[in-house]
Write a protein that binds this ligand. Structure first.
Ligand code: IMP
Ligand code: MG
Length: 182
């Protein structure tokens, strides 16, 4: 560490390597393509900023149909993921979703509260359908009944970074998914 570097480097353990991610993202792209080929109609992909950006950029190029794309962003006030927290949009969708099929895409679903909030708000706009895709479905801390329709990897626990997932807005650039060891 140099004199000017004040943030200690966290210890990282790679848990999913870049090749395994690439293989799984290709499979997910094929699954999603097959699903929407059956349902027909317009599909709006709604990646959740910022964590989903890296995953989404790869996933998009494995789709064999041409979706509409619009980004969305939410933030929560209060004590992290406490039951009393308030979740709100900091960037809403710009496209109309009425009558369209929506696929929300996030990096990771943990308690499920953010996704459940998004789904409930967007359902009021009368889409034809809303589904959820997440690179990581982290199940142990789930607090709400939320199904991840298209999950890349299911994990039990651990704080993960890399491939878009951050720790205090850093480490998104890592090519693999790593567990942060405090
Ligand atoms: P939820 O509302 O608890 O499901 O929170 C989901 C959000 O928390 C994700 O979109 C991430 O931004 C963040 N998050 C939860 N677990 C992790 C993790 O292991 N690494 C990075 N971000 C996480
Ligand atoms: Mg997120």
């Amino acid at each position: 560490m140099t004199d000017t570097d004040q943030t200690p480097s966290p210890r990282l353990k790679e848990v999913i390597g870049p090749e395994a991610i690439a293989r799984r993202v290709a499979e997910l792209g094929a699954d999603i393509s097959r699903h929407y080929a059956r349902t027909r109609g317009e599909v709006v992909l709604a990646p959740v900023l910022k964590g989903a950006v890296v995953f989404f950029a790869d996933l998009l190029r494995h789709l064999d149909f041409s979706p509409l794309v619009d980004f969305i962003r939410v933030a929560s006030y209060g004590e992290g993921t406490s039951p009393g927290e308030v979740i709100h949009f900091t960037k809403d969708l710009e496209l109309s979703i009425a009558g369209r099929q929506v696929l929300l895409i996030d990096d990771i679903v943990d308690t499920g509260r953010s996704m459940a909030f998004l789904k409930s708000v967007l359902l009021a706009r009368e889409p034809a359908d809303i589904r959820v895709c997440a690179l990581i479905d982290k199940r142990q801390r789930r607090e709400v009944d939320l199904v991840v329709d298209f999950a890349g990897f299911v994990v039990d626990r651990g704080y993960l970074v890399g491939y878009g997932l951050d720790h205090a807005e850093r480490l998104r650039e890592l090519k693999g998914i790593c567990e942060l060891i405090e």
